[in-house]
Write a protein that binds this ligand. Structure first.
Ligand code: PGA
Length: 247
């Protein structure tokens, strides 16, 4: 049985004060049976990690460098994230892929570095609107996963989480129908099962893209949707917890 995971991706939002209030609100509320994780902007990781020390809520980073250490201005290593209390690191978010031109290979190298350092990568995959309309969703997602399989083999997925995030659904209010999302999730699990059925059964596949308190229950009732990666709705404690309670 895969434990439901609800992860908040705060992106580049908040201030020291608002982040403090958000964490206090999440801590004070009831997440039901869900496991929770929050991914604050890197500059707030230590602060949020300190506030979460007496809870089961996990800390995650929004990215991780593909190199160990050295002259990589602006990057943060997996070891630094570990030391800052992170359990997770998002890799390959579509905003990184599209706005900062991260290739499948770079994303795979970031994933590999997370795994090597004992961080659980949350690998984001998903198709753009154009690709969606062309009907090539499975091919796009397969290529994104193949790049990681090339880098780490199936073993890399033993401690990973996958987030299927159709790019056209992110921050748009558009959401994939539960049935369509389920079909892609099942495709992803089937793809991993071709290499290792045990790992495929165990890996959590989250849905992301305009998930909110009103659509979460339908999405989460699908057999292969094991949680959510939440952007906008993770910035309000009540909304985030309402989604968690749908698990
Ligand atoms: P959204 O973002 O929930 O605001 O659509 C999801 C994400 O980008 O992870």
């Amino acid at each position: 049985m895969r434990a439901g995971l609800i992860a908040g991706n705060w992106k580049m939002n908040g201030s020291l004060q608002s982040v403090t209030e958000l964490v206090e609100g999440i801590k004070a509320g009831d997440a039901g049976k869900a496991e929770l994780a929050v991914c604050p902007p890197a500059v707030f990781l230590m602060k949020v990690g300190g506030m979460l020390a007496d809870t089961d809520i996990a800390l995650g980073a929004q990215n991780v460098c593909n190199r160990d250490a050295g002259a990589f201005t602006g990057e943060i290593s997996a070891a630094m994230l570990k030391e800052s209390g992170c359990r997770y690191a998002i890799v390959g978010h579509s905003e990184r892929r599209s706005l900062y031109l991260e290739s499948d290979q770079l994303v795979a190298a970031r994933f590999e570095m997370a795994v090597k350092n004992g961080l659980a990568p949350i690998l984001c995959v998903g198709e753009t609107l154009y690709e969606h309309e062309q009907g090539v969703t499975e091919a796009v997602v397969a290529k994104q996963i193949d790049a990681v399989l090339d880098a780490t083999g199936i073993a890399g997925f033993a401690q990973a989480v996958i987030a299927y995030e159709p790019v056209w659904a992110i921050g748009t209010g558009l959401v994939a129908s539960p049935e369509k999302a389920q079909a892609v999730h099942a495709f992803i699990r089937g793809k991993l099962a071709a290499s290792d059925s045990g790992i495929a059964q165990q890996v959590r596949i989250l849905y992301g893209g305009s998930m909110n308190a009103s659509n979460a229950a339908d999405l989460l009732s699908q057999a292969d949707i094991d949680g959510g990666l939440i952007g906008g709705a993770s910035l309000k404690a009540d909304d985030f917890l309402a989604i968690a309670q749908s698990v």
